[in-house]
Design a binder for this molecule. Structure first.
Ligand code: HMG
Ligand code: MG
Length: 291
């Protein structure tokens, strides 16, 4: 019998580096992206075409997107909030796009200065551009478990936003624990609600790891049929508009978790661990806020 497979989406160059206070040179970002591709990560979110006034760390998005290495086996995607971002990302060679909204009105407003409904309205022209370019669009639903401003979020609210994104034409919904304080029980309830509106094959899990339960949450989502999970190398990450959110689930921990279960990731764990060590030495030399 063939081994089971999981798809790992590397979001470190975007979700990780968007949160770093010090400047990271474009060349350093590109070197990291190339190393991650060489370690076997087949989907890499390279950058975000967002306002440089809102997230200055991603201001070099065009140079990053244009500079990603040529690897036929790797898809390099860009996060975009609106038509302006989508146009620029596609012009720079993005092979996939990701839009982002939330299951919490307060977070959506803090993060993108608009309501959930308005954010979805902004995605319509993004979808039209993506269809024309023939690229897939992932839709993130932030605050799928907790919101830094509203507290616990109802699973049905997550399911409703997910259904709207699918109706719009998203090919995948990334159910996102932005704060990283979720439990496996609440993750399961949220994923079950999403599954009433969408097939498992169209859902992905994006967990931050503030409380150290991200792997347990991944395991709960896997049990319910999810087969796509996000990681950020070295556990870098957070969101500038989500106070209290620590790093993302470290990709090397995610890969090690599946490797221990005999589930294929396609990623070379030794190579990835070596990259993670360098990332941690550079960005978290004191070992703070990393799991
Ligand atoms: P706004 O200020 O309401 O929009 O921002 P605006 O239309 O009035 O534009 C303001 C300025 O931004 C203008 O420039 C626009 O041209 C420019 P100015 O004339 O003032 O010089 N602008 C852009 N520039 C570059 N690229 C663009 C773009 N759009 C407008 N695409 C906006 C609205 C959405 C743009 C802003 O709120 C924004 O960029 N927000 C992004 C916030 C962000 O990136 N957050 C982190 C990523 S989300 C995340 O981390 C969560 C996730 O990981 C999942 C999870 O864990 O939950 C995905
Ligand atoms: Mg995130």
């Amino acid at each position: 019998m063939a081994a089971e497979r999981v798809t790992i989406v590397e979001v470190g160059p975007r979700d990780g580096l968007q949160n770093e206070k010090g400047e990271v040179a474009t060349q350093d970002k590109l070197a990291l992206i190339a190393e991650l591709a060489d370690a076997g990560l087949a989907r890499i979110e390279a950058t975000a075409f967002v306002s440089p006034r809102w997230v200055p760390q991603m201001a070099d998005h065009e140079a990053v997107m244009r500079g990603v290495p040529h690897r036929p086996s790797v898809t390099f995607s860009a996060l975009v909030p609106n038509e302006k971002g989508a146009e620029a990302a596609l012009a720079a060679g993005a092979q996939a796009l990701a839009v982002f909204t939330a299951a919490s009105e307060s977070f959506c407003r803090k993060n993108t200065n608009c309501s959930i409904a308005e954010s979805i309205g902004r995605f319509r022209p993004v979808m039209a551009l993506a269809v024309r370019a023939g690229v897939p669009v992932r839709g993130y639903v932030s605050c799928a478990l907790d919101c830094p401003y509203e507290g616990e979020i109802a699973p049905e609210a997550v399911a409703a936003v997910s259904a709207e994104l699918l109706e719009l034409g998203c090919s995948e919904i990334a159910l996102s624990d932005t704060l990283g304080r979720g439990t496996p029980e609440r993750t399961a309830a949220m994923v079950e609600a999403a599954l009433r509106r969408a097939p498992a094959a169209m859902l992905a899990g994006h967990f931050h790891d503030t409380s150290g339960r991200a792997i347990a949450n991944v395991a709960a989502a896997w049990e319910l049929g999810l087969r796509v999970f996000d990681g950020s190398v070295g556990g870098l990450g957070g969101c500038p508009y989500a106070p209290g959110a620590a790093g993302n689930l470290a990709t090397e921990r995610l890969v090690a978790h599946f490797a221990a279960k005999g589930i294929e990731t396609g990623v070379d764990l030794a190579r990835l661990s070596a990259i993670a060590e360098r990332v941690i030495a550079r960005f978290r030399p004191a070992g703070d806020a990393l799991r």
